[in-house]
Design a protein around this ligand. Sequence first.
Ligand code: ADP
Ligand code: MG
Length: 535
Amino acid sequence: MAMPFDEFGRPFIILREQEQKTRLRGLDAQKPNIAAGKAVARILRTSLGPKGMDKVLQSPDGEVTITNDGATILEQMDVDNKIAKLMVELSRSQDYEIGDGTTGVVVMAGALLEHAHKLLERGIHPIRIAEGYEMASRVAVDHLECISHKFEFSATNVESLIHTCMTTLSSKIVNRCKRSLAEIAVKAVLAVADLERKDVNLDLIKVEGKVGGKLEDTELIYGIVVDKDMSHPQMPKHIEDAKIAILTCPFEPPKPKTKHKVDIDTVEKFQTLRQQEQKYFDDMVQKCKDVGATLVICQWGFDDEANHLLMHRDLPAVRWVGGVELELIAIATGGRIVPRFQELTPEKLGKAGLVREKAFGTTKDQMIYIEHCANSRAVTIFIRGGNKMMIEETKRSLHDALCVARNLIRNNSIVYGGGSAEISCSIAVDAAADKYPGVEQYAIRAFADALDAVPMALAENSGLQPIETLSAVKSQQIKENNSGCGIDCNDVGTNDMREQNVFETLIGKQQQILLSTQVVKMILKIDDVISPSEF
Ligand code: ADP
Ligand code: MG
């Protein structure tokens, strides 16, 4: 048999029955949909919790990502199935809204689908299941509100914030340094937070990384770090009380465009042109000096000749700085971005107490630190680590921690983690099921069982017996009436998450339940899958 190859030389198989395959309708459509959703959830299940595993993902061009973050795993998986794509969207919306809990939300949705499948087999109509789930999710969300606690914190007492960030970081590769990273995240968020309006603009926190050093060297800089160097190696590397001109216009003589024609037929003419060009640039440098700038940061480049001139006229410059960075520099230094050179005035200069160039490692790698700024409401977290994948994963983990700290500033309610909140909700939902006489009560009970999936996955991933551990914890919760009993993943010796300091945000947990219910309802209501070619 001859094997066919596609245009990239990859072999493929042609199925003979392909043209006979008809489009799916009714229950036949629902079951594969549910299976697709469950398959995605199964992949993430092993990544949940402090003992969760990491995944290696290879992109089409061979780049490798190692991560534990649910949203990142799904984002990079290149899912093709339409229903599986909904699960990717689910994780992404949790990431957009809350930042953390992206694995948990998919595990929860997977469990809901699994139980829905059983109910479908028993002949319950999908709409009744969807309605039952909706009722149950309302009960669960209200119950979360009841078992939540308010965390008091102030600018000086941030211990509670740090502990919640530590819970987030404990499931990541970086958990070795979770205390110091959590402190950094909380300090960074508090530095840019508006405590009165209870809002945090995370755009003001720049996360920059450089390969080398160790994770412990990660630091918070009250200012901006730019991965650039001074344009000329002989320029000063240490500028105090810098007055910074922030330019987004070209900082060089205008080049004759190819459209125009310059006739040069004598040496003299060439000399005049050259001198004029030089004078033009000289005037620009003079203008910068006149307004009092001691450093120029430019979005554009300038050629070697200009560079040389700048060095001679003692005006340090940084070139090719990105737009986002320029904006942050402008915010931090209180300067204004100058889009047209003629508009440069002394008031538009940014002020920084210290600008220094720092060298790293044995390579000629330098970065520019802009510190002691006029307005310190823009900060940089500078990550160090053994390799690029580690730094990327640290960035993602810090993103989760920053989001958690921000959520707590917006709403300082917490619930206990380690699956305890889910178990408590499961008990409450189960109790509520008795109140509904209709068929929905089956779906409500199934919802209660699905809530147990998170603690079960936590137990399984930690090498514990899932069912035994869950039932022991559940009975303990009922007996002691303590909603803080969860899975002791790290084998600390106590089930009480209050003692273990494992906290999660209330809004994060509520969002997980709401989003997963929403997606599962959506999948249950699909009874016809139509592809473009099948109309
Ligand atoms: P997600 O992407 O959903 O945040 P994680 O891998 O971060 O997934 O795992 C979060 C889960 O792990 C939460 O249910 C949380 O309560 C639990 N967890 C985190 N730290 C601990 C701990 N020290 N002990 C028990 N459970 C923990
Ligand atoms: Mg997490």
